[in-house]
Each structure stands twice: as C-alpha cells, then as structure tokens.
Ligand binder design. Structure first.
Ligand code: PEP
Ligand code: MN
Length: 264
C-alpha cells in the first residue's frame, strides 16, 4: 500500500487543514518534552511567531534511563492541548503504549508519533492502523529502509494511509554526534513510497548548532518537512537541552529554508 507502484502521485496528508506532502513543506517545532503550563504557552507563541503551522511536544518520553524524567503523562497532554489551542496549532506527540491510545483520541491528538524505539512494535502499529489520525513513523535507529517500509505497511494494512516517514538519524561508530543523518534515505524513500518524508535534525545531530545545517541539507534533498526541537529557554530544558533551538534560532532557520524551497 505504501509503495510508489501502488500510487504514482505524491500523497498529501491533511492535518486539521494543514497540508503536508506534495510540494507542501511543513516545519513542526516545539520542545522535546511538555514541562509546565508557562513553558508550553511560551513555546506555542514562539512556534506561531516563527510561522510554523504544527507543534511538537512529548508527554510520554522514551528515556534510556528509568531514573530520568519520564514525561508528564496525561497531565502533559492536557497542558499541550490547551497551550496549542490558544495559538490554533495542531499537535504532534509520541504514543508509546497501546493502552494510552483512547486517551490520545480523547485529547484529539492531531498527529501520533511512533518513536524510533517502537518502529517495530507491531501491536502498536496495528492499533494506530485502525484509526484515521495521521501517524509520524520514525525510523528505527538501526532499521533498514525495507524494514521501515514494512512497518509503515503494518499501519496501512489496517486502513490508515495517513503516514509520514521521519528520518531521525541512524546508529554510527562516530561519537562526535548523536546519530548520523541518513540524507540518502530521502531520495530512496521518495522513489519507493508516495507518502511524505520528513527529517528530525535535532535527534540526528544532537547539538543545536548542527540543526540549521542538517535542516538545509534535508530540504535541499527533497524532504517534505522537519520535526525540530525548540525550547523557550534551552538551558533549562528538562530533556535534550543540548539540541534545542532557542526561539530566535527557529525564526532564522525558517528564513534560511525559504531560500531553498517554498516553506509554508
Ligand atoms: C522525540 O522526537 O521526542 C524522540 C524521542 O525521538 P526519537 O524517537 O527519534 O528518539
Ligand atoms: Mn528529544
């Protein structure tokens, strides 16, 4: 179903009236994690000010250590929904557990993110395949492109064709950066699937100063959008502080991208 041979035209995913795919590039920005009401209200205001039309934020966080902040959970969904609604921004947030799906639907989460660690959680994929909400499917950190395509197929097989691929960097022997952004995956996926492909430059590089460069590369290579971490005050971020852009940096990134493609 996800294969280009099944559907020749580029698919456009409608996210509460915001189109993603085709020639319509969207920059999704926001903090790694939902922290407080004030942080989310400020973040939403800055996302809007930068002219981004979609907002990200994690309420359930897949942390490597069980002793670090795990996310605000349902309270976080509530804070996120309210802050984003004030600015009229659809929300993107990660679902880690099938048992939370009904709660995500209650909060009318606009885009369900499946994280790198769950790309092959087939039961989770089957469940999001039964609903009609757009799904961002991140690439597993060591997944091949055919495994990634097959994971999308799990979602599509259930009837949900609103899938967006997200390249977020793959495991590398290099230690200078967090992951290596696989720019090559962009033209490969564009050839293999009609579905949109976006890039997360934040989790790829792992450092804020790398984000603009990786973002330009992604858009120049044909990505349909970006998923970028931005925090009102990066030094104080509870999670992934090193890679968060500040509001000014997000604004200037938007300007730079306009020189490469039509970013709306
Ligand atoms: C995220 O986007 O918040 C995240 C945890 O990313 P990934 O699943 O790519 O590590
Ligand atoms: Mn993060």
């Amino acid at each position: 179903i996800v294969a280009r041979e099944w559907h020749k035209e580029n698919s456009i995913i409608d996210i509460k009236g915001v189109p993603l795919g085709g020639n319509q590039i969207q920059i999704i920005a926001g903090p790694c994690s939902v922290e407080t009401e004030q942080q989310m209200e400020e973040a939403a205001k800055f996302v809007k000010e930068a002219n981004c039309r979609l907002m990200r934020g994690g309420a359930f966080k897949p942390r490597t250590s069980p002793y670090t902040f795990q996310g605000k959970g349902v309270e976080g969904l509530d804070l996120f929904r309210k802050a984003a609604d004030k600015e009229g921004l659809p929300i993107v947030t990660e679902l880690m557990d099938v048992r939370m799906l009904d709660t995500f639907l209650e909060y009318d989460v606009d885009v369900i993110q499946i994280g790198t660690r769950n790309m092959q959680n087939f039961d989770l994929l089957k469940e999001v395949g039964k609903i009609n909400k757009p799904v961002i499917l991140k690439r597993g950190m060591s997944a091949t492109i055919s495994e990634w395509l097959m994971s999308a197929e799990y979602i599509a097989a259930g009837g949900n064709h609103n899938i967006i691929f997200c390249e977020r960097g793959i495991r590398t022997f290099e230690t200078y950066y967090r992951n290596v952004l696989d720019v090559t995956a962009i033209p490969v996926l564009k050839k293999e699937t009609h579905l949109p492909v976006i890039v997360d430059p934040s989790h790829a590089g792992g450092k804020a100063w790398m984000v603009a460069s990786l973002s330009r590369a992604a858009i120049a290579a044909g990505a349909d959008g970006l998923l970028v971490e931005m925090h009102p005050n990066p030094c104080e971020a509870w999670c992934d502080a090193d890679q968060a852009l500040n509001p000014g940096e997000l604004k200037s990134l938007m300007g730079e991208l306009k020189g490469i493609a039509e970013v709306i």
